[in-house]
Write a protein that binds this ligand. Structure first.
Ligand SMILES: [Zn+2]
Ligand SMILES: [Zn+2]
Length: 194
């Protein structure tokens, strides 16, 4: 089974996209990145990082990519600089950071609601990075809840990985979704560089 991603709008609320085994913040960041690549004209950029420029170059249909890469090409600094040019500045990364901050704040607000708190304490998952962001933003009791959520996710993922390992050693294929879940837990969604 391949890792499945059901598209959601980047503005979707945290409550609406809660699902077992995935970090809701990462889900929304991934949606935003997909929306940027698919509708590049709606997210004008003059500077893109390596990951986002390549995502755009592989976009289909290519009409938006042509326009965006054309303006980046014309504005690219070609003169020889005596010091290293900053290579990581990226307008899309910046937009993603901003949206990420808003969604983390939304999560913090939702944690004040009983139903939300109960659900996430039983079934919730966040990746390590977003978990640490939340711990920094929350009062002690709720920060503990996030710590417990991270510890539970780590334990569950380890069990799933061992089961997966046993299956592939028997020659079975498929079920690789667990590798995607572990990767998201460790480094957040693809393209969310730190
Ligand atoms: Zn995350
Ligand atoms: Zn970027």
């Amino acid at each position: 089974m391949k890792e499945q991603f059901i598209p959601v709008a980047p503005e979707t609320s945290i409550v609406q996209i809660l699902a077992r085994g995935v970090c809701p913040i990462c889900t929304l960041m991934r949606s935003l990145q997909n929306a940027m690549v698919e509708n590049a004209h709606a997210y004008p950029a003059t500077r893109l990082c390596n990951f986002h420029a390549w995502s755009l170059a592989h976009a289909s249909p290519a009409i938006d990519a042509v326009a965006a890469l054309k303006s980046m090409l014309l504005q690219a600094p070609v003169e020889v600089a005596s010091r290293a040019v900053e290579v990581h500045a990226c307008d899309w990364c910046q937009t993603i950071r901003q949206h990420e901050g808003e969604k983390l704040t939304e999560y913090v607000h939702e944690l004040k609601r009983d139903n939300f708190r109960k659900w996430v304490s039983q079934y919730g998952t966040v990746c390590l990075f977003h978990g640490r962001c939340l711990i920094d933003m929350l009062p002690a009791a709720e920060a503990d809840l996030v710590r417990q959520m991270l510890a539970r996710s780590q334990e569950e993922l380890e069990k799933q990985l061992l089961a997966f390992q046993a299956r592939i050693q028997k020659g079975e294929t498929g079920g690789g979704g667990v590798l995607g879940h572990i990767t998201e837990f460790l480094v957040s969604q693809r393209g969310l560089t730190r």
